[in-house]
Design a protein around this ligand. Structure first.
Ligand code: ATP
Ligand code: MG
Length: 446
């Protein structure tokens, strides 16, 4: 992409309404624009990152054997009356009446809708296990929408639902989701710690939230610092292997890590003092097992293979796809702007022309642009007729992990400058070497 032709409305002033750095940078970098309280338009740069995050979620769900689908944002109230949640859900539910006077609502979550699909189509244990999910807009009329996309009213969420014959199978689905979520967040360059939590209006006993530690997080969390050393890394896992998934579950959830809802001072006090930590966290996902709560209410039964009928065991699993942009920025930025992890960056590398209009500089930039594109990368070429200072400022704000700077002096010596956004370190090398280095950096992410 050439910056002169892109739509990147970078703000010069610091937006005053933003209380946290991720909100401020998303506005300043021209990623989002507020449409009304807690509701945002996604401008091209923000939309690109949103899609990268969404894509990682899809890839990891496919790897775990879960099926993508799409349900509507508007639902009829009928199913929610069947489950008893229409009244129970309260003011967070946006209720709408259509022209025929029918009660509708904008989906805050979809347990009822998916259970209705299941009961209409699945009648035998032979079709189990089954996990269906979608990535779709949700609406919750939050009392205090704030922090930009972190607590929106309209937000983009992955919600998945497992259907299993037995509790044991459903707990395997729970563990499988935990593993797939660990992989998902790590690919985004995030450390998200599973913590024992409270189930809220979804219901059920077993639930873990995934929290990214950040001072601006809305949750208070308590943990054994040993949990921050755990990483899933690039281990291969067979998602159908119950014991293997259970082992990961145990590894990542045995040490103390809880939100304030489930915090237990007595247990916490047993951790050696130097490892006892209290901090703030951003909830980026949650997994639930709730047994037959919805299948009983809606009559989602299957033949159990022994002549009987049985309500299916279910769980649901969510990832805050749009909130993740905020969480990633909170975890990865400096005073000049965003620092995108390589897995989610909107463009792989910025090309900065120090002297647009100079024939040698223009030609070298064009050549780099063509070669990087050919290598399967997406460069963002700042070809604008602007001062170098303004170009550096924009590049730093939008946070691409790598920048290649092309100037007349370097070209005379046959080199360009490659700079890491994270470390600020620059190295001079021939353009061909810069292209090769970019290919190597991004090989694990393409
Ligand atoms: P919270 O406690 O933050 O209100 P929740 O527990 O009600 O969230 P879930 O029903 O578990 O949310 O939804 C799954 C995920 O969707 C959450 O882990 C979170 O990342 C994201 N999410 C929930 N509410 C919002 C919101 N208002 N804006 C953006 N993302 C949200
Ligand atoms: Mg939650």
């Amino acid at each position: 992409m050439r910056l002169s032709r892109y739509f990147l409305p970078v703000l010069k002033e610091t937006p005053r309404e933003a209380q946290v750095v991720s909100h401020r940078y998303m506005l300043q970098a021209g990623m989002i624009k507020q449409a009304s309280a807690g509701i945002y338009s996604w401008l091209p740069l923000g939309y690109k990152v949103l899609k990268k995050i969404e894509n990682i979620v899809h890839e990891e769900q496919a790897r775990a054997g879960h099926h993508a689908m799409l349900m509507p944002t508007l639902q009829s109230a009928d199913l929610w009356r069947e489950s008893g949640r229409y009244d129970a859900y309260g003011d967070e539910m946006l209720r709408i009446t259509d022209r025929g006077g029918r009660d509708m609502l904008y989906t805050p979550t979809a347990e009822e809708l998916i259970t209705d699909i299941f009961r209409a189509n699945v009648t035998s244990y032979k079709d189990l296990p089954l996990t269906l999910y979608q990535i779709q807009w949700k609406f919750r009329d939050e009392v205090r929408p704030r922090f930009g996309v972190m607590r929106g009213r309209e937000f983009y969420m992955k919600d998945g639902y497992n259907f299993d014959l037995t509790k044991e199978d459903a707990l395997h689905a729970y563990n499988r989701h935990l593993v797939s979520y660990l992989r998902t967040y790590e690919r985004m360059g995030l450390k998200a710690i599973p913590m024992r939590a409270d189930s809220g209006p979804i219901g059920g006993d077993d639930t873990h939230e995934f929290l990214v530690l950040a001072d601006t997080g809305e949750s208070e969390v308590f943990y054994d610092s040993a949990v921050t050393d755990l990483t899933f890394g690039d281990r291969e896992i067979d998602y159908t292997d119950k014991a293997a998934c259970a082992a990961v579950m145990e590894e990542f959830t045995t040490k103390y890590a809880r939100t304030d809802e489930t915090h237990d001072e007595t247990l916490f006090a047993q951790i050696p003092e130097e490892r006892r930590k209290t901090a703030r966290g951003i909830e980026v996902g949650q997994i639930f097992y709730f047994g037959t709560k919805y299948s009983d209410a809606l009559g989602a039964l299957v033949d159990d293979g022994a002549g009987g009928k049985q309500a299916v065991h279910m769980g649901s699993h969510g990832i805050g796809v749009s909130r993740l942009l905020g969480a990633i920025i909170e975890a990865s930025h400096d005073d000049k702007g965003i620092i995108w992890p390589e897995g989610v960056t909107p463009f792989h590398v910025g090309i900065l022309n120090m002297r647009s209009g100079d024939a040698a500089c223009d030609a070298a930039c064009e050549d780099l642009y063509a070669q990087l594109t050919q290598a399967g990368l997406e460069p963002l070429y700042d070809d604008r007729d602007e001062r170098a200072g303004a170009k550096f400022g924009t590049m730093d704000m939008i946070g691409l992990p790598w920048r290649i700077t092309v100037g007349p002096r370097g070209l005379k010596n046959g080199v360009v400058e490659v700079t890491s956004r994270r470390t600020g370190q620059s190295t001079e090398m021939p353009a061909a070497a810069a292209v090769a280095q970019m290919k190597t950096h991004y090989a694990p992410h393409l």
